[in-house]
Design a protein around this ligand. Sequence first.
Ligand code: SAM
Length: 292
Amino acid sequence: MIKDIATPARTKEILKKYGFAFKKSLGQNFLIDTNVLHRIVDHAEVGEETGVIEIGPGIGALTEQLAKRAKKVVAFEIDQRLLPILNDTLSSYPNVKVIHEDVLKANVKQVMEEEFGDCKEVMVVANLPYYVTTPIIMKLLEDQLPLKGIVVMLQKEVADRIAANASTKEYGSLSIAIQYYTEAKTVMTVPKTVFVPQPNVDSAVIRLLKREKPAVDMKDEAFFFELMRASFAQRRKTIMNNILQHYPAGKAIKEEIELGLNNAGIDPRRRGESLTIEEFAKATDALYPLLK
Ligand code: SAM
């Protein structure tokens, strides 16, 4: 029987057979530990009726473990050199399709419609390329895809920021942007030793379960995101100062802004990092009529 791809010996053999040289610029750190892979697939609750989108299959380490449990796996891989390798390593899994495309440019919605009609649910499961973790996750969420959730390996520091609560040093616009769409939880931390080559940073696996509707409702979504990002522009400044910096026209109506925030139950002298997502929604409703 052929050994799993994600063992040090088999990975070495595959890399040697194809003379494959890692491209650091593409975030190529391959997993060589099947236990870690099994745990990732467990956390994603992949079952026989699940369709899976993988981003960056590499030589197929995670793809193989997903294919054993899922109904179908569709994997986006940017590096042309990996296509013949994947064709070989995944040849015994007819339920895998590899698409040679930059996932950031792909029409994922269309792919989902074409490929997952017979699946009960679709999960994204991946060991992400670390140079583009945030843009990939934001694209998947902002494109309003009919996903159940996303379970991905990424830098631990980014996982901590995504899952952070208000009034912690990790909390910021990324936490809110992602928690607006999902319930976020770090489910595993992973040592560097399970990758080849080893990355420079610690890693973690985060689980993002899509909410049925966004966490909060407010008058204007675009203004909510703009106000929230403006409030974090300079973390040591008060929200009032950050707001006036971002909306210079607000200086003429400073008292009205202060009154609006106070009426919404938010002291204008607080810092952005202390405001919950619900409070940012309240601040949006109070300030949208004044600053839009
Ligand atoms: N899944 C494999 C594993 O766990 O061993 C490889 C993971 S490696 C961290 C990231 C993979 O993403 C690489 O195969 C890389 O070529 C691919 N990749 C990088 N940027 C990409 C992009 N924009 N779109 C699709 N794949 C990308």
